[in-house]
Design a binder for this molecule. Sequence first.
Ligand SMILES: Cc1ncc(C[n+]2csc(CCOP(=O)(O)OP(=O)(O)O)c2C)c(N)n1
Ligand SMILES: [Mg+2]
Length: 346
Amino acid sequence: MPSEDGDVATRVTTAASHEALGLGEDDLLSIHRTMLTARLVDEASFRLNRQGKAPFVVPVSGHEGCQVGTAWALRRGQDIWVPYYRDVAVVLVAGMTPVEIFLGLFAKADDPSSGGRQMPSHWGSRRLGIISHSSPIATQVPHAAGIAYAAKYRKEDAVVGCWFGEGATSEGAWHEGMNFAGIHKLPIVFICENNQYAISVAQAKQMAVENVADRGPAYGFPGVVVDGSDVIACYGAMRTAVDRARAGEGPTLIEAKTYRFFPHTSDDDDRSYRTREEVEAAKHRDPLHLFEHYLRKVGVLEKSAVDELAVEVKAEVDKAVDQAWSAPDPEPSSLTRHVFSEGDEA
Ligand SMILES: Cc1ncc(C[n+]2csc(CCOP(=O)(O)OP(=O)(O)O)c2C)c(N)n1
Ligand SMILES: [Mg+2]
């Protein structure tokens, strides 16, 4: 959906109603549960970090709306997910369970991403079509474009979702991936979770434009700005983009304006670059609370049911923590697995 003059991003600021987007009550409840699960996984992970049990945590809180909203438009087991390290909620939508997430956090043998070898938050699953990314930011973008090229070349009915932060868009790899996707009209959607900071570096020090999405038309495809705190608006933008990709019309760049409520990681102290007032003000637009408000407004969930659900999901998350914590560690004898050749491995 390019704008009239074709060179600025189209703005999507208000959510269409869920009915207009084909979402029923069950969808709304599942979306809410997934956002809540991501939030509680995050809070548990931070507690575990402070207890010395989890080495490194990358928080998702604040991003749940844009992650669940965009991921919801892809099909599990058929489409391809290329998340980055902040995308707990994306991988939950893709089908990863809290237990699997904690197995990775504790570097356990049964961690589906790498058997405990990868840094936490570098998820991967062949079964679910989640591609593990490397730590250098934006390196997953050319990978995602290549995967979309392969899908198109093989005439597979798959759409690729590729997520990243706004800091990643300052990297050469990002521009190369975008350019390649535009040239070949690939079945891919790029989702920028713009939380205004790349660790401590504010957006104005990274780019001279207001919107990352403004760059989409320069690569020959639409750029869309969406309110990242509005999960339904994010779903709507992604639905349009995925339909466009599936119809062979090429990529879309979605920029979700969001905010992270916690520091960059468990190793960061954000007091050195953000005022507490700024962080507290951002929490007025908490995507989870806004969605709960929406659910009450449309009569899908009572306040008491929200509270009950929070207790239920917290119990599930706590159980997942216990299960993962008591799972076996990798065998020390397997230490060099995937580092040196073991002969005839596939
Ligand atoms: C090429 C490269 N440079 C620097 C880093 C260190 N680094 C890790 S995350 C990050 C910030 C990325 O910010 P953004 O893309 O906005 O995502 P966010 O963490 O805000 O979600 C940086 C600079 C890195 N991993 N890779
Ligand atoms: Mg950022």
